[in-house]
Write a protein that binds this ligand. Structure first.
Ligand code: NDP
Length: 294
């Protein structure tokens, strides 16, 4: 039976460790500030934005949430980002994804100055990460590395299989784990919807990272004994018996896979809290860097 990787607990520790850095910034006259822009009324996005704002406030950071209707024009949204770029009270800017389909998400990301890109999605920061020099790393992949580190699971020399190749999870986590660096040096395979014989690939994994977006897609027979499983997926499935009418499940069949794995992240309470903790960490890092510049 697998040991549960308690993302919530590790996230708390990371946030505790940020407190002295936040206090030092405040003593020097800077309150780290995060601006979140939410377009439209997607309920999951609303939950994420509220939770980020709450976490900021709990840590004594400044949080600004800007809400706009789904019909906002591209140039209007980019103007909001430009004004946040100029705002000295804001050190991190996050435009909550997904944007409505008429909008060009990359163009919005390119409008954010890389110094305030606390999501780590700007091509400048992506490029720096790829050459092993990034300091604003994408939050979910960064959170995965931190969780492995906390549990003493060194990826060096191991077979890591990442299922999913999105720009926000699959590609960057693969890029981080293949670096010639501490908590990296893995042999990484990236699988996706066009991969043949997926179970054969996933069964090779010493560490399996599932970022697919399909409820309970990875079954027990797709993993080998002793695997470490990182389940990034957050999927709502109907559950008429529950208060909200749905429950959250990951991309991994937890009951089956936890029988075989040595470690496994739960959903919820695994990667989700880590993503928010790393967003806070990036905002503090951005504030430190921007305040040094004056
Ligand atoms: P995307 O939809 O952008 O990417 C999904 C990936 O899974 C794609 O690369 C796709 O392949 C691959 N895929 C889809 N179907 C299959 C299949 N049958 N076999 C193999 N691969 C497949 O998702 P994201 O990366 O944005 O998110 C993944 C999940 O993680 C979602 O549930 C999301 O909600 C969650 N998430 C959670 C976060 C957290 O903080 N906990 C943060 C970010 C995401 P292809 O490229 O070929 O289409």
């Amino acid at each position: 039976m697998a040991q549960i990787i308690e993302g919530r607990e590790v996230a708390k520790k990371i946030k505790r460790e940020l407190k002295p850095r936040i206090a030092a910034l405040k003593d020097a006259g800077t309150t780290p500030g995060l601006a979140t822009v939410l377009v439209g009324d997607d309920p999951a996005s609303e939950t994420y934005v509220n939770s980020k704002a709450r976490t900021c406030e709990k840590l004594g950071m400044y949080s600004q949430v800007i809400r706009r209707e789904a019909g906002i024009r591209q140039d209007e949204l980019e103007d909001i980002v430009r004004s946040l770029n100029e705002n000295p009270d804001i050190h991190g800017i996050l435009v909550q994804s997904p944007l409505p389909s008429h909008m060009d998400e990359l163009a919005v990301t390119l409008t954010i100055i890389p110094e305030k890109d606390v999501d780590g999605f700007h091509p400048y920061n992506v490029g720096m990460m790829l050459i092993g020099r990034g300091d604003l790393l994408p939050c979910t992949p960064y959170g995965i590395i931190k969780l492995l580190e906390y549990y003493g699971i060194d990826p060096s020399g191991k077979e890591v299989v990442v299922v999913g190749r999105s720009n926000i999870v699959g590609k960057p986590v693969a890029a981080l784990l293949m670096q010639k660096a501490k908590m990296a040096n893995a042999t990484v395979t990236v699988a996706h919807s066009r991969s043949h014989n997926l179970p054969e690939i996933t069964r090779r994994a010493d560490i399996l990272i599932a970022a697919i977006g399909k409820p309970e897609f990875i079954s027990g027979d797709m993993v080998k004994d002793g695997v470490v499983i990182i389940d990034v997926g957050v999927n709502r499935v109907d559950d008429p018996g529950s208060e909200k009418g749905y429950r959250l499940v990951g991309d991994v069949q937890f009951d089956q896979c936890s029988q075989r794995a040595s470690y496994i992240t739960p959903v919820p309470g695994g990667i989700g809290p880590m993503t928010i903790a790393m967003l806070m960490s990036n905002t503090v890092t951005a504030a430190e860097r921007l305040s040094r510049r004056g």
